[in-house]
Write a protein that binds this ligand. Structure first.
Ligand SMILES: Nc1nc2c(ncn2[C@@H]2O[C@H](COP(=O)(O)OP(=O)(O)OP(=O)(O)O)[C@@H](O)[C@H]2O)c(=O)[nH]1
Ligand SMILES: [Mg+2]
Length: 413
């Protein structure tokens, strides 16, 4: 297990340095790195040599020596030569937040698509830093930052890395193409789609599982839930049928984090595209995090970055069981719940149902007895309020969306 000193240069007086440093610690933990100490410095100007001031570098070295740390993690993105200079001065491995996030993704990626996406992002991170990194990584065997492309590929020159990158990109494009066709087949019908989005660890996968559990009781379809950052790296899609036969498709997605490496977002765009095709977004918020408003902002900014515009959002203020103060929702429509409680799940399902099926209308249809199969069809696919047998046929009172309603106008009573 690595033991780390965290370093954060505070360039802005936005009062958020604690938030970034706490999050950096969670990121380190997600990579099973123990954090020994956290150092911050208010900075007016970035030094080309070390990023931070040289006095601070000596201070870091003292902490590293006294606490016996074996890695230093910067919250700020470093250049190749800054990494080289810092390592020379401090004497242990130096990495930055971006590399740490890339590394977490690399260690979690399971599907071919996710692996390719991470590997491309790693190569892109390395390209401008080759001269600085080659030296530092060459000394190290294994460990942080050495997954994916690995040391061997680092020895390749820039041109070979570039051609490797285009080879991976081509491979990725093929996989994405195949998946898109699959998705198109699945989504041809008019069935509504929701995407569950939000900050990492907010409870998105918990929500998908709750929806599955509440409606199918089909545990096999459950997705992975864990109290750590980036438990989910690939999207999972499930067909949800409510008790009243209303149905929709729900997709669980990768969580966001502040300063998500731009290359990573770029490279994950194909996975995140499913979000842009949703009819509704369900934005899960972890209210137990003291900075949850900032997390909402980061999530919305990242959504914009991947091309989400004008998709209606339902906000789920989650983990309310963990806090003992009132919170005021900043958005509408929204609910304040705990997804660990049945009552909370019920509330969430109600609000999703209300918003998603807004265009449903109570309609009475009179269906002649000669068309009995239509009655069975509606019973299977719609929410029937009442059903009566009359002289002229079956009288159904049911909820219909506008499209279906327009198809059966001749039966409307
Ligand atoms: N106390 C409490 N814990 C919750 C609640 N909802 C989810 N959790 C826990 O929060 C942790 C993270 O939940 P996930 O569903 O994996 O979160 P996620 O948003 O999918 O996270 P990533 O996939 O890592 O981005 C798990 O340990 C859940 O059990 C809640 O309402 N209250
Ligand atoms: Mg998840």
């Amino acid at each position: 297990m690595y033991k780390a000193i965290l370093v954060g240069a505070n360039l802005y007086s936005d009062g958020l340095i604690n938030y970034y440093m706490e999050e950096l610690e969670s990121l380190a933990l997600a990579r099973e790195i123990e954090v020994l100490y956290s150092i911050t410095q208010a900075l007016n100007k970035i030094s080309a040599k070390f990023y931070i001031g040289s006095g601070k570098v000596l201070e870091i070295r003292t902490f590293v020596e006294n606490l016996d740390a074996d890695i230093v993690i910067f919250n700020n993105e470093l250049s190749g030569s800054q990494i080289r200079n810092l390592e020379k001065e401090i004497g242990v491995r130096v990495i930055d937040r971006t590399l740490l996030i890339l590394d977490i993704f690399a260690s979690r990626a399971k599907t071919k698509e996710a692996m390719l996406q991470v590997e491309i992002a790693q190569l892109e991170y390395m390209l401008p830093r080759l001269s600085g990194l080659a030296e530092s990584l060459g000394r190290q065997q294994g460990g942080i930052g050495s997954r994916g492309p690995g040391e061997k590929k680092l020895e390749l020159d820039r041109r070979r890395i570039m051609s490797e990158r285009s080879r991976l990109k081509k491979e990725l494009i093929e996989i994405v193409k195949a998946r898109k066709i699959q998705r198109r087949n699945r989504t041809k019908s008019s069935i509504k789609k929701i995407a569950i989005v939000g900050y990492t660890n907010a409870g998105k996968s918990t929500l998908l599982n709750a929806l599955i559990d509440f409606t199918h009781r089909d545990i096999d379809k459950q997705v992975y839930v864990e109290d750590m950052l980036f438990a989910t790296l690939e999207t999972s899609t499930r067909h949800i049928i409510l008790n009243n036969n209303k149905e929709f498709i729900a997709t669980d997605t990768v969580g966001f984090v502040s300063n998500l490496p731009h290359n990573l977002v770029e490279s994950f765009k194909s996975t995140l595209e499913e979000i842009t095709e949703a009819d509704f977004l369900v934005h899960v918020v972890d209210t137990s995090n003291e900075f949850y408003e900032k997390q909402i902002e980061v999530t919305n900014k990242t959504l914009e970055e991947i091309g989400v515009h004008d998709i209606p959002v339902i906000y789920i203020y989650n983990k309310y069981d963990l806090i003992n103060k009132e919170i005021k929702p900043l958005h509408y429509p929204s609910v304040i719940v705990s997804l660990l409680e049945t009552e909370g799940i019920r509330k969430v399902i109600n609000i999703i149902e209300r918003e998603l099926f807004k265009d449903y209308e109570l309609v009475s249809l009179l269906i002649p007895y000669t068309e009995g199969e239509l009655v069975s069809y509606f019973n299977e696919h719609n929410h029937i309020i009442s059903q009566k047998h009359t002289n002229e046929g079956t009288l159904l009172e049911l909820e219909l969306d506008q499209r279906t309603k327009s198809k059966y106008t001749s039966y409307i009573k």
